[in-house]
Design a protein around this ligand. Sequence first.
Ligand code: SF4
Length: 297
Amino acid sequence: MNKKWRRWFGWSNSKEEMWTSCRKQYFFHVIGKHEPGSMSQSVRGLQALDPLDFRKGTILHEAIRSVLRSYRDTQVLDLSKAKELIELKFNLIEEHPQDYLTEMRNGVDFDRGRIPKLKHLMLANFEPFFEKLWPKYSHKKILFIDGDEEFLSFQCGGYKVYISPDLVTQEENGSLLVTDWKVGSKERTEAWGREPEESLQLTAYVCWAGQKWEVPPAMIGAEFVYYGDLEFSRVKRTLDEMDQFAEFVEQRSKEMLDVTSPEDFPSNPSYRICSKCWYATICKEGKRVLTGEDVEF
Ligand code: SF4
C-alpha cells in the first residue's frame, strides 16, 4: 500500500462517517487516489461525479457563498446571480445526468424526475432563507466565509483535523458564532440520530475558532442552519468536552493510521449505501449488492 496518503492524513467529520459506515469506501476515498497504476485514475475519475444529494449540497453551498462574498465586498445582499447559478447547475444535471451523478454511473434505478423537483425546492427556499437568516447576522462582523482558506485544518490531539465551516461572525463583545449550512431539515436530520449536542463537527469548529481567534469556549457558539425548514440548532462546548474531543481524535487517528494493507478495510455493503457510493463500479461487494452478480477485479 502506497505511503503517500499518510503525508496528507487528518481526521475529519466526513472521513469519520465513512470509517464507521464502510471502511472500504474510506480506503478508496483516502488512499485509493494515491495508489499506483489504474487504481488512482479510476478513483479520481469516479470522484468527478457525486450522488445527487451530495451535489445538491455543493450547489447550495456555492450559491450561498457567492451571495455572502459579494455582500462582504459591496454591503448589498443580491440573490439574483446565485439563483441563476442554482438554475444553471441543475439544468446541466437534468440534461446530462450521466456526466454528474454517481447513481447513473452505478446503473441503479434512479428517478430522474427528482432533479427538477429539487431545483424547484432549492429556488423556492432561497429568498425565505435569507429573509429569515440575515437579520441574525447583518449587524455582526464577518470573520470568515467558506473558501477563504483551502483545505482548512488545525492541530488537535496531536493530529491534523480538517474542517469546512461556512461562516464565522463576531458580535461587538468579541463572541464568535461558527455556522454550517445543512441542506436538509432539522426534523429529519435529528430523526436520523444526528443531534447537534453530540456533533463532533460542531465541537471541531469550536476548537478551531478558539485557537484561531484566541477566544475562550464560553464565548463561542456553533450552529447548524437547516435550509430545508429554515430552522437552527446552536450549541456551546465546555473545556471538558473539548479535551474529550482531542482524546477522541488522537485515538481514532492512531486507529486510522494503524493499517498496512487493503485487507484492513472491510466492506459493509448495503443497497442504500452502495447505490450512492462513488466506488460501486470498482468494488466487488458493491457490484454484487447492486447487480446480484459476482464480479472479480
Ligand atoms: S460500493 Fe458499497 S461496499 Fe463498496 S466501498 Fe462503496 S459502500 Fe462500501
